[in-house]
Design a binder for this molecule. Structure first.
Ligand code: NAP
Ligand code: HSE
Length: 433
């Protein structure tokens, strides 16, 4: 093999280390598949003195200009994370004719359109498979394999950290803070794990998936977001009792009647729902298209090696483009303007947990409050007492979000209701066993 394609790696943390390791271990096969050798020439980090695994033989720098001005470097792998300076570095690199491979959902969700346009203008590739679903191929399927479809729905579990946490809290009764720390130690969480537990990471991924699926620019502001911070062990126990598990879902739907509905929130899912069995760091994403029907993508949603797998798949694609003197084969543009469905118009069943006075007539008052707002109840249970109060759990039939909000406001004003302790959506309620 004559040609060697040289890479500048920005970031040598969890994913960066995985990339270097997989590239070393699978070097021969990867080069054969490309038809050229590839090598990481320079690595950008903040701290060049830190000891790191797999660093031998690599040239480290803390100055981006060293990589930017190096005309031998054709590909930049961006694995620093965060919006800035990653956004500016990638733009500058494309302006210098370097192709980009990134795992950075913050930048893709916020500046995707600008990145695609810059790549096209400078005749380079911009690839971001690892930005959603960790090791699972989902971006390339949406950009390529399923692109003949009109896609109406993308739904799934897209955050490994929270799925790991909810699994351990459900299966082992683990403590929230302890299990978040475990997820951080395993390298699953974002630099600021608030992005995981508050649902922002999943919302960025939902925005990316919806934009690709529906050919429209769906920004982070268009996604309604709720994380798992309000999920307590008590809710998890009630979910079990009622035949459900709690999952953080990303849902994106496009319908002519309602428009585009994109949201991230925790939900009760029936135990027999396929997503209920997606545990630990695994992610799964359903796609519904008018030709394929339903397709499901499943695998590890975070972690060093799975994410490196997705990053290197993109690197191989870009390197093949360089070998063949082409670019932009996986073009994507958010060309359609789509109407957004307001959150109030979305529909779901709901679990509502209330602390009420333990006295006769309370259940009737609660049922009346729901009924007055047009919310019909599927089931009501009362099993626990808390400080001489009764805890009541009601599960509604499917209702518009606006109605459940009105019902909760009415309940909060009832003298017999001490507190509405939680309200969680119940997806596919009819399947519960
Ligand atoms: P990480 O472990 O925190 O590593 C970040 C690396 O970037 C570090 O080596 C750090 O240098 C370097 N860095 C950060 N800011 C820098 C700056 N301003 N200048 C120079 N170097 C800088 O992060 P990670 O978990 O590998 O994640 C990297 C990216 O992949 C993020 O966009 C993340 O969302 C995405 N991602 C992560 C996973 C996962 O499982 N972790 C999965 C999918 C996607 P120092 O080492 O010197 O501090
Ligand atoms: N923090 C992210 C997660 C990393 O837990 O899913 C993968 O994008």
């Amino acid at each position: 093999m004559e040609k060697t394609i040289k890479i500048g790696l920005l970031g040598f943390g969890t994913v960066g280390t995985g990339v270097v390791r997989v590239l070393r271990e699978n070097k021969y096969e990867i080069s054969r598949k490309i038809g050229a050798r590839i090598m990481i020439k320079t690595v950008l980090v903040r701290d060049t003195h830190k000891k790191r695994p797999y660093m031998e033989g690599l040239q480290l720098t803390d100055n981006f200009q060293t990589i930017l001005e190096d005309n031998e470097i054709d590909i930049i792998i961006e694995l620093m994370g965060g919006l800035h300076p990653a956004h500016e570095y990638m733009l500058q690199a494309m302006e210098k004719g370097k192709s980009i491979v990134t795992a950075n959902k913050d930048v893709v969700a916020q500046f995707g359109q600008e990145m695609f346009e810059t790549a096209s203008k400078h005749q380079v590739d911009f690839m971001f498979e690892a930005s959603v679903g960790g090791g699972i191929p989902i971006i390339t399927p949406l950009r390529q394999c399923l692109t003949a479809n009109r896609i109406t729905e993308v739904m799934g579990i897209v955050n490994g950290t929270t799925n790991y946490m909810l699994t351990k809290m459900t299966q082992c009764g683990s403590d929230y803070t302890a299990v978040l720390k475990e997820a951080q130690e395993k390298g699953y969480a974002e630099a600021n794990p608030a992005a995981d537990v508050e649902g922002l990471d999943a919302a960025r991924k939902a925005a990316i998936l919806a934009s690709l699926a529906f050919n429209a620019h769906i920004g982070l502001d268009d996604v309604s977001v709720e994380g798992i911070t309000r999920i307590t062990p008590v809710d998890i126990e009630y979910a079990k009792e009622l035949g459900y598990v709690v999952k953080l879902l990303a849902i994106a739907k496009d319908s002519p009647e309602k428009g585009v509905d994109v949201r991230v929130h925790p939900a009760f899912l029936p135990k027999n729902h396929p997503l209920a069995a997606v545990n630990d760091v695994f992610n799964a994403i359903f796609v519904r298209g008018n030709a394929i029907g339903e397709a499901m993508f499943y695998g590890r949603g975070a972690g060093s090696l799975p994410t490196a797998s997705a990053v290197l798949a993109d690197v191989i694609d870009v390197a093949r483009d360089i070998v063949n003197d082409t670019f932009g084969r996986l073009d994507c543009a958010y060309f359609e303007k789509k109407r957004l469905c307001p959150l109030e118009a979305t529909e779901s069943a709901y679990y509502v947990r209330l602390l009420v006075a333990d006295q006769p007539g309370v259940l009737g008052a609660i049922a009346t409050a729901f009924g007055e707002q047009g919310v019909s109840l599927n089931s009501v249970i009362q099993t626990r007492k808390v400080d001489h109060k009764a805890e009541i759990v009601a599960v509604t039939h499917t209702v518009r979000h606006a109605k459940i909000e009105q019902a909760v406001q009415t309940l909060q004003k009832l003298p017999v209701v001490t507190e509405v302790r939680n309200v969680i959506r119940v997806e596919n309620a009819q399947e519960a066993v």
